[in-house]
Design a protein around this ligand. Structure first.
Ligand code: GRG
Length: 295
């Protein structure tokens, strides 16, 4: 196993402990929604976003306990988006992380509520004094995660994606869509350490730019993996999204150019880290992992 994969796994265990503590099952019938939240939030996943929160926090000497709570909150938002994305009204998927999706394991109404409750709990966690003693830091975390998740971030990207089923998109539009849908939460993850560490603008900006390029590289790699998986299943070099009639980086650029673009973005992401004199090895390794990953 590579050092980065091992570090991801170790970090994932720490984040899982925090998620486990935050998702205590209450007594009574409402326990059902918490079961569904736990099913989705503690059911695997690479935990790339939490890893980025932890790695960026280390650059500023942020306490591990604070960073872990932000990492857990962000993972809750990510898990909510996956639950809702899998619903029949959206992508209508039966499998996620190798298991039945939340609405298949439970039911649609419970899955919608589990997603809603993960989203709202994330903000409750960020607003709690235990996350950071400074009210202005907590307020910045809440505000930045809200922007990254909402209409000018992930939700906005998802809407553009849904509209794309009836209208053809080119590279500039796909880039914008993906920067919002996938990129915004990744950028938040990279900036989180700088917010917690009250970093200077130049460092905040460097992490934002790193996250910007990393997020796009991550998405192109995702499109490439989608095409590879379809090729293994059906022999056709067309991913799931392209089969649904949606343009992707791979359908527009072709496999080779898309791969080159992902690697170029990964290298560009690392160059933004040159402003730091502290150890940025984990963030650099992540940029490589994102474009070389197999899942
Ligand atoms: C429903 C508001 C709303 C938004 C949905 C994030 C998203 C928007 C949809 C997820 C669907 C998807 C496959 C998007 C492509 C990239 C992506 C975000 C993949 C999933 O993230 P990973 O690879 O997943 O980090 P794990 O399971 O490892 O956490």
């Amino acid at each position: 196993m590579t050092d980065l994969k091992l570090a991801l796994q170790e970090q994932a265990e720490d984040v899982d402990k925090v998620l486990d503590d935050l998702l205590l099952e209450p007594e009574g019938p409402e326990a059902q929604v918490v079961k569904a939240m736990r099913y989705s939030a503690l059911g695997g996943g690479k935990r790339v976003r939490p890893f980025l929160v932890m790695a960026s926090s280390r650059l500023f000497g942020v306490s591990e306990a604070s960073a872990l709570r932000v990492a857990a909150a962000l993972e809750m938002v990510h898990c909510y988006s996956l639950i809702h994305d899998d619903l029949p009204a959206m992508d209508d998927d039966d499998l996620r992380r190798g298991r039945p999706t939340c609405h298949i394991e439970y039911d649609e109404a419970t899955a919608i509520l589990a997603g809603d409750a993960l989203l709202t709990l994330a903000f409750e966690v960020l607003a709690d004094e235990e996350t950071h003693p400074s009210p202005s830091v907590r307020c910045a975390l809440v505000s930045e995660l809200a922007k990254a998740s909402g209409m000018n971030g992930m939700v906005g990207g998802q809407m553009i994606d849904l509209m794309a089923e009836t209208r053809e998109l080119g590279i500039p539009e796909i880039t914008r869509l993906q920067r919002l849908k996938t990129g915004a939460l990744i950028v938040f993850a990279c900036k989180a350490g700088a917010i917690l560490g009250k970093a200077k603008d130049i460092k905040m900006q460097a992490l934002r730019n790193y996250g910007h390029d990393l997020g796009l590289a991550f998405q192109i790699a995702d499109d490439l993996l989608d095409v590879e998986a379809s090729e293994e299943e059906t022999g056709k070099k067309v991913g799931k999204d392209a089969e649904r009639g949606k343009a992707t980086f791979v359908s527009l650029l072709g496999v080779e150019r898309a791969r080159e673009q992902a690697h170029m973005l990964s290298e560009q992401a690392c160059r933004h880290l040159d402003v730091f004199d502290r150890d940025t090895e984990l963030l650099r390794a992540m940029a490589q992992y994102v474009v070389n990953r197999r899942s």
